[in-house]
Design a protein around this ligand. Sequence first.
Ligand code: SF4
Length: 453
Amino acid sequence: MNHSQAAEEFTHDVERTTWHDKTLWFVREKRDKAVFQIPEWEALREAGSRIKAHALSNLDEYLLEFEQNAIRNGVKVHWAADGKEHNDIVLQILQETGATQMVKSKSMLTEECHLNDFLIEKGVDVVDTDLGERVVQLAKEPPSHIVMPCIHKKKEEIGALFHEHLGTEKGASDPKYLAEAARQHLREKFMTRRAALTGVNFAVAETGGFVVCTNEGNADMGAHLADVHIASMGIEKIIPKARHLGVFLRLLARSATGQPITTYSSHFHRPRPGQTMHIIIVDNGRTTQLGRPDFRNSLKCIRCGACMNTCPVYRRSGGHSYHNAVAGPIGSILAPNLDMRKNADLPFASTLCGSCSNVCPVKIDIHDQLYKWRQVLAAEGYVDNSKKQGMKLMASVLANPKLFRFSGKAGRTVMRLAPFSVSNPLNPWYKQREMPEPPKESFREWYVKRGKS
Ligand code: SF4
């Protein structure tokens, strides 16, 4: 299903759509309140954007500096060109350790690489330990949001899921009760797993250390109890200096959930005695994106999710409609880079209102890039012929004042005399809308008359 078909399925459930919309808007409002308390917010955004731009322009040097420092700290560093290589490296580490079970904290990169499916196929029991991630894992679904993975699920649905898999009381939907049940369930997993995988929010070239941000402490529990800690990071996670963390940690939590700081911002530098620590640095299409001048800025993303919470299309179509690991506006500019054919629909899933660019903490020009992707996709032949012909026709009408006036008049007449010709189920634009009353005259006609009088 393409985005519009999947979105149509989502919106059939009117109650869920309305509630999803309101919930995400509530998070957006929390973000606004947190941001307005910081007079230097715009300066912070500017600093974050510039640091990232600098890091991306010198990525080769900073990645090597990071590698050298991490090795000096006693960490084993691996490089993966794509998702397959990343998954193979994880499997190899697990096999060398003799681990057949692993706990994993939230990592959108591993979603992008489809690590869970790969490992499960190879006989490894992978347990996601972020509460939302565990919910979608039990439901056999992908996350629908990068910060709130099960935001599309109601507490009653989670109660039913936990009753089936964790043996909680039938019909229970009290969030406290369910969270406690998940806590006990996950504790047993933490205590018995020898291997843990975490994501990386920021990797500091200067120190070879990295920071992982969670609100539940699950990354820390996993990493501290396991014999082997694997950290997976995309190449764009690099920042040059430790002092730059002060900028990004302030931007991230406020933009994501409206918190002043993420509950756990854990700094990892070296393995504890007796532990092995691995870092896998993954490209998976990022250097291609870096080489596209119009789209390289998308690599500044710190995965806060603010562009999703504010997007009127995301809020009313749900994350799964984007059929990509990262949904929403940022996902729609990252996904075509990975596969233009498969993801050609995504840059069109936007009103281009620009709200995403307004809230982005690192000032990515998201809506401009969505617009530019449309042009690239059309030029590369990935846009429906009917849409292309329709646009050509529209362009010729708009370029010819006489034709434009005639078309307007003809359209108004048809809408008045035969409204069903446009207001019918075959016309997708009118499926969920009321027919507007056709005006008696165009603005131009009114303006000319007014001028004469
Ligand atoms: S594009 Fe900007 S707003 Fe969207 S997730 Fe990334 S950093 Fe956040």
